[in-house]
Design a protein around this ligand. Structure first.
Ligand code: G3I
Length: 354
């Protein structure tokens, strides 16, 4: 009798250990947040304020499938401080409030960028001291207001030129020189010492000169003790060009002691997009999530928009479409199954968090 019970217990334990949280049936998309948490990874989505307030289906897609949100536009300088010293918190507060009431993390996007600046700032003629003061005021306003509520910030966005390995000669660079990056990161760290501070960049996902230049910059910043915690791989891909070796390129940065995130994932398909392209796109989404799972300090994969109805792609890339995991009517697409499939694998001990 005792032997039979012991045998049953042993069989049960072995089965439980082998299954190790593996879902038993086919992946269920409704379980995505739980699956992401099991892997100690965040699955995020960029959100816009208007549909967040007015569209219940939009909100449901977010709360049922994701664990973090990024404000697609409303935390950008143009909207937050449209006039000097006049701050508009309505959009950012809506996003952060929504996230808090649904237990979602928030990635803050974005502080220093060459785009979407208000004209008072972009067209002003500033001394170094003035621009430093403006930078400090803006960082203090945003990071101060959301201290402890926004876990990671894209402090520096797209510091390199679009297709070359040279630092972009944006407003900050022109007035303060290349060290504007270190200055901003240091200021941000003083304001919120707990926040994870990021440089967010595109065109680095498959390596190359621009990724090398970013790596060199980052090594220098870290050697000088500048508070930098993460690199954002934006991940705006064209269907057919999602790099096979994304994980390797992320590891180059985690080897320096940083975390990485895929911050703005989408995969645009040239029109007309057919069923087979959507199936291939599913594989591409799967590979991106798997790459993150393969890199112990990859902490977040965020898709850049809730549905194809909200994607920036058709406006910016005429002739491309279908970039996101939900279609214009909020129907789940194969891409969503691709992400689910990646998250269905056995969880591993991926990191301790730094
Ligand atoms: O604010 C105006 C609004 O007043 C007007 O009614 C409306 C009419 O179309 O346009 C609004 O501005 C739009 C703005 O987004 C806010 O919705 C602009 O036309 C539009 O061009 C702008 O595009 C954004 C783009 O950044 C600006 O560079 C996209 O939505 C946003 O997805 C995109 O996000 C960037 C990341 O921040 C950084 N990485 C690249 C990524 C894609 O460009």
């Amino acid at each position: 009798m005792f032997t039979a019970i012991a045998l049953c217990v042993a069989v049960f334990l072995t089965t439980a250990l082998l299954s190790d949280n593996l879902p038993s049936g086919p992946p269920d998309e409704g379980e995505l947040p739980g699956m992401a948490r099991t892997h100690d990874i965040e699955l995020g989505v960029a959100v816009a304020v208007n549909p967040l307030v007015h569209d219940g289906e939009y909100r449901s897609v977010i709360t049922e499938h994701y664990t973090s949100v990024t404000a697609e536009n409303t935390m950008k300088w143009q909207y937050v401080q449209p006039q000097r010293h006049q701050f508009d918190w309505s959009g950012p507060d809506t996003v952060v409030g929504f996230a808090e009431s649904h237990d979602l993390n928030v990635r803050g996007h974005t502080l220093l960028w060459h785009n979407q600046l208000p004209s008072w700032l972009a067209q002003g003629s500033w001394s170094q001291d003035e621009l430093r003061q403006i930078m400090r005021e803006h960082l203090r306003a945003l990071l101060g207001r959301y201290k402890g509520r926004v876990s990671a910030w894209d402090i520096i966005n797209e510091p390199f030129e679009d297709t070359s390995p040279h630092l972009r000669e944006n407003l900050w660079y022109r007035v303060l020189g290349p060290d504007y990056i270190a200055e901003a990161l240091s200021m941000a760290h003083e304001i919120d010492p707990e926040a994870r501070l990021y440089i967010n960049e595109f065109g680095i996902e498959g390596g190359g000169d621009k990724a090398d230049a970013l790596h060199t910059l980052v090594e220098d910043l870290l050697q000088r003790g500048v508070p930098l915690h993460g690199i954002g791989f934006q991940g705006h891909f064209v269907h057919g060009n999602v790099p096979e070796d994304l994980a390797d390129h992320m590891r180059r940065f985690t080897d320096l002691g940083l975390e990485v995130s895929v911050t703005e994932l989408d995969v645009r398909i040239p029109e007309p997009s057919r069923e087979d392209a959507l199936e291939e796109q599913a594989d591409e989404y799967r590979r991106v999530v798997e790459a993150c799972l393969d890199v112990p300090r990859c902490v977040n994969v965020t898709v850049w928009g809730v549905s194809d109805q909200h994607s920036w792609v058709p406006e910016w890339f005429p002739g491309y479409t279908d970039a996101l995991p939900f279609d214009e009517d909020y129907g789940p697409k194969p891409a969503l199954s691709g992400m689910t499939e990646a998250l269905s694998r056995r969880p591993s001990q991926r990191r301790p968090h730094p």
